[in-house]
Design a protein around this ligand. Structure first.
Ligand code: NAD
Length: 458
């Protein structure tokens, strides 16, 4: 059994730990012994304790992930700790920690100090012949200009041979949600090595974890290319979303249904992934990744003239999206939100996922409250909203006292609500900010004369 150590047991590392530990040989024996390492902080300890007790540390609907975790813990080939000595026994180390965007004197910056500090914990401990795979989203140049020199320096000090060290980058496309586990095992992967031998070893490892028959791996020529791939992928999506914003405003003003228009356009295979108007863009990745290349160009690669204006503008437009809904509500209530009772339906950054990081609902609620609105929130997947320190209703509350109910996240539970039964007060405005309600629900709203507004529809 190969020993794999995973640094960071967050949304990515925990799921990857389960995926790797679930792999069995033809005799049903595990291929890997997996040790997950997290920090000895409250959050880190909670994640460690969860995994060791056979529970996934995050709310998930994916039964496969939960089941594979339990099986691996019971079999004894998955455990979680915070002792960094474990790196010394690893043959493969996966780095799945966060690399955060921070504000430095009002400017966007990347917190590389934490990232490099974490790499030091590995380079001080690993043995020769270890393969280190960076899975974190990092600025282009990180592996070549920062990580490899750190290992070189440490190996030099520890009198180890750097030629017996292998470094690769392979970014994650894991998608928390109903198919969390499959989004690792049954999905395409990109990778690159710092040299040929590193790339070969990374390929050999990924081939044992991923279903490469149906989802072949893509090898890129350098780690900078792989690091750039992740950022370009997410920037493309962020720009595509931001681009639709101005069309949404137009559609509302001119009285057309932009979702219908977009569905018609999506029939063309070249336009099949066109985005649609919505409430906002959140989550840990799309809110930061489009800004990484700009920073890396200057700070790591020493290049001038790469400002990435589209990517930067996309982040700004997407950040401001939830304020459009707020502005429309304000107009509806005669320009004054003071004392208006609002129920926000959905606080996670994505449907059917319990992750509230950088959620547009947070921007909405903070701004709305600053204008005097009284905002309560409901989410079927969250009973405590950490970022807002708010207890939430997971059952549908009595709707009587709400002046407006804003559907912000298309959780599947919302499509089952019988609005006519739930809405007792005919002056309550139903605001669909994210194409959440089904055609049947919208018809029901109209037939019963309920008040209705939407983003992207006139
Ligand atoms: N969340 C996603 O859906 C997703 C998808 C693709 C890629 N990514 C990328 O993957 C990386 C991880 O994302 P995440 O969502 O899992 O982040 P996260 O914040 O949920 O998890 C990071 C974990 O690493 C731990 N950690 C930090 N420093 C450590 C150290 N020195 N030793 C051990 N543990 C340490 C933290 O305590 C935390 O538990 C990021 O670069 C992110 O951009 C995330």
């Amino acid at each position: 059994m190969k020993r794999v150590v995973i640094q960071g047991l967050g949304f990515v590392g925990s799921a990857m730990a389960v995926a790797v530990a679930s792999k069995l040989n033809n005799d049903g024996k595990p291929l890997f012994h997996v040790t997950g390492i997290d920090l000895p902080s409250d959050v880190g300890q909670e994640r460690i304790d969860c995994i060791n007790s056979g529970e996934f540390p995050f709310e998930t609907n994916d039964k496969k992930l939960a089941c594979e975790l339990k099986k691996a813990v019971d079999r004894g080939n998955l455990r979680a700790i915070h002792d960094t000595n474990a790196y010394s026994r690893a043959e493969i180390v996966l780095v799945s920690i966060n690399c955060d965007l921070v504000k430095d004197n009002g400017n966007d910056a990347i917190n590389l100090d934490h990232f490099t500090g974490s790499i030091r914990e590995i380079d001080e401990n690993i043995s020769e012949n270890t393969l280190v795979i960076i899975e974190s989203t990092v600025p282009p140049g990180t592996c070549e200009k920062i990580v490899y020199p750190l290992f070189k320096n440490a190996f030099n000090k520890r009198k180890l041979n750097i030629n017996n060290f292998y470094l690769a980058h392979s970014y994650e496309r894991v998608m928390p949600g109903d198919e969390y586990y499959d989004s690792i095992i049954n999905y395409w992967r990109v990778y690159a090595g710092i040299n040929e031998e590193s790339a070969d070893r990374c390929e050999a490892f990924l081939s044992q974890v991923i279903n490469t028959t149906d989802y072949p791996l893509t090898r890129l020529n350098s780690t900078i290319a792989s690091e750039t791939g992740k950022l370009l992928e997410n920037s493309y999506r962020a720009v595509n979303i931001a681009f639709i914003e101005e069309w949404g405003r137009f559609a509302e003003e001119v009285g057309i249904d932009l979702y219908e228009v977009i569905d018609a356009i999506r029939m063309r295979p070249t336009h099949a992934n066109m985005r649609q108007p919505g409430f906002g863009v959140g989550g840990y990745c799309l809110t930061k990744d489009p800004l990484f290349a700009k920073i890396a160009a200057k700070e790591i690669l020493n290049l001038d003239g790469h400002e990435f204006p589209f990517s930067s503008k996309a982040v700004q437009v997407n950040d401001e999206m939830p304020l459009v809904t707020l502005k429309k509500l304000k107009n509806h209530f005669n320009g004054d939100l003071n004392g208006i009772n609002i129920l926000l339906m959905g606080v996670t950054y994505r449907q059917d996922v319990g992750d509230t990081r950088f959620s547009p609902s947070e921007i909405f609620i903070k701004k709305g409250r600053s204008q005097g609105a009284k905002i309560n929130a409901h989410d079927p997947l969250v009973d405590h909203w950490d970022e807002m320190n708010m207890d939430l209703k997971t059952e549908l509350p009595d709707s009587t006292d709400f002046d407006a109910i804003v559907f912000a996240v298309p959780h599947k539970e919302y499509v089952d609500i019988n609005l006519n039964e739930w809405i007792s007060n005919r002056r309550t405005l139903l605001f669909d900010a994210n194409n959440v309600l089904s055609k049947t629900q919208v018809l029901e709203i109209k037939e019963n004369g309920l008040k209705y507004m939407s983003i992207g529809r006139g």
